[in-house]
Design a protein around this ligand. Sequence first.
Ligand code: RP5
Length: 185
Amino acid sequence: MPAKLNSKTKCPLVGIIMGSTSDWETMSHAAHTLDALRIPHETRVVSAHRTPDLLFTYASQAEQRGIEVIIAGAGGAAHLPGMTASKTVLPVFGVPVESKTLKGLDSLLSIAQMPGGIPVGTLAIGKAGAINAALLAAATLGNKYPKIREDLKKFRSSQTKNVLAVPDPAKFAASNSKSKKGKRK
Ligand code: RP5
């Protein structure tokens, strides 16, 4: 049955969690995408390794707090999305954060290679993955909340318009560099 979004209570529907404050640069793109779609969300640092008890509490209580989708970002030995998924039946989308040593390939494989039975929807490494995790969360919520579905459709059509508005990248680059020079004067 379609549900109404209660914008007054602003009860978060999406929980964005990450292993460290150092993941914020990447995970902020998920938060900003949800902001653009007007989807109430919360952001928290929850580390699988440094705060395992908090992780268990967060994941096991998320559903009863009204959270409907969890986005979990982590880098390196990225156990956060998988361990979160093991403690909830809510959909969990994992964002591999780019690591310094292995450029996020370690994070990607850690998150993607879940054993059968405990799924994590794994996104691309870094910014694109964070944005797409938010869009997938919106698509999931859109099945229940018609307003979110409509906002997602608007987002997609404005993205299409923006691309079609710049058919020639050479002209775009030239006009960009002219306006930058103008500003410098
Ligand atoms: C992971 O270790 C975090 O998700 C982060 O990507 C990585 C490094 O954390 P810091 O040492 O920067 O706190 O748990």
